[in-house]
Design a protein around this ligand. Structure first.
Ligand SMILES: CC(C)(COP(=O)(O)OP(=O)(O)OC[C@H]1O[C@@H](n2cnc3c(N)ncnc32)[C@H](O)[C@@H]1OP(=O)(O)O)[C@@H](O)C(=O)NCCC(=O)NCCS
Length: 169
């Protein structure tokens, strides 16, 4: 199902057919370093990740991480969306792209559209974002999207300090 369309991209809901893409994306060194280890080691694990993550989000909250597809050739370049985590009090923006598709403006194009959709279609107010202190690409992107730094936080049992950023509608 296509949720959002931009000039170059389509953002679609994930389903079990996307397990191979997820298996690769969440094991990219950049994902492991800046987001974390989701423990996805096989196609079966990836199907579980989709069911318990994005698909559960669509069913429970009406939104979640979406698959970002390049319109030109149908290639999946990354994921982007607004999710609702148990560890944060309000919805937050998430994104991750395969390295061969970086620096082409896909992250900004999809995240801008996701933010508009969140405010105008989903009716969400404040949206949060969390990044590690050293994730310069993400911090730069969030700045361009209008997020401002709020404070340092920790989430769950993880003692790592994260930057909390906020976007007001
Ligand atoms: C964070 C992440 C999504 C950023 O992706 P990215 O590819 O660098 O983002 P973009 O392509 O949108 O922007 C990068 C640059 O490309 C430029 N660019 C190149 N071609 C472009 C085009 N055709 N149109 C628009 N911008 C273009 C942008 O202007 C931008 O430059 P700037 O930073 O100097 O303004 C990516 O590094 C990633 O997936 N990291 C791993 C996962 C991660 O850390 N996720 C975030 C967790 S908080």
């Amino acid at each position: 199902m296509i949720v959002i369309t931009t000039e170059r991209l389509e953002l679609r809901q994930f389903d079990e057919n996307d397990a191979e893409f997820i298996l690769r994306l969440v094991n990219e060194p950049s994902f492991l370093r800046y987001i974390g280890d989701r423990g996805v080691r096989s196609i079966v694990d990836a199907r579980r990740y989709i069911a318990e993550g994005p698909a559960a989000g669509y069913a429970r909250f009406g939104h979640g991480l979406l698959r970002v597809v390049r319109k030109d050739d149908g290639v999946t370049v990354g994921m982007c969306g607004v999710l609702k985590r148990d560890s944060l009090p309000e919805p937050d923006l998430g994104f991750s792209f395969l390295p061969e598709h970086w620096s082409q403006g896909y992250a900004f194009e999809s995240a801008s559209a996701v933010m508009n959709h969140a405010h105008r279609v989903l009716g969400l107010g404040r949206i949060l974002a969390i990044t590690t202190v050293d994730n310069q690409s993400s911090i730069r992107l969030l700045g361009k999207l209008g997020f401002r730094f709020d404070r340092m936080i920790t989430t769950g049992d993880d003692p790592t300090e994260l930057r909390l950023l906020i976007s007001e509608p």
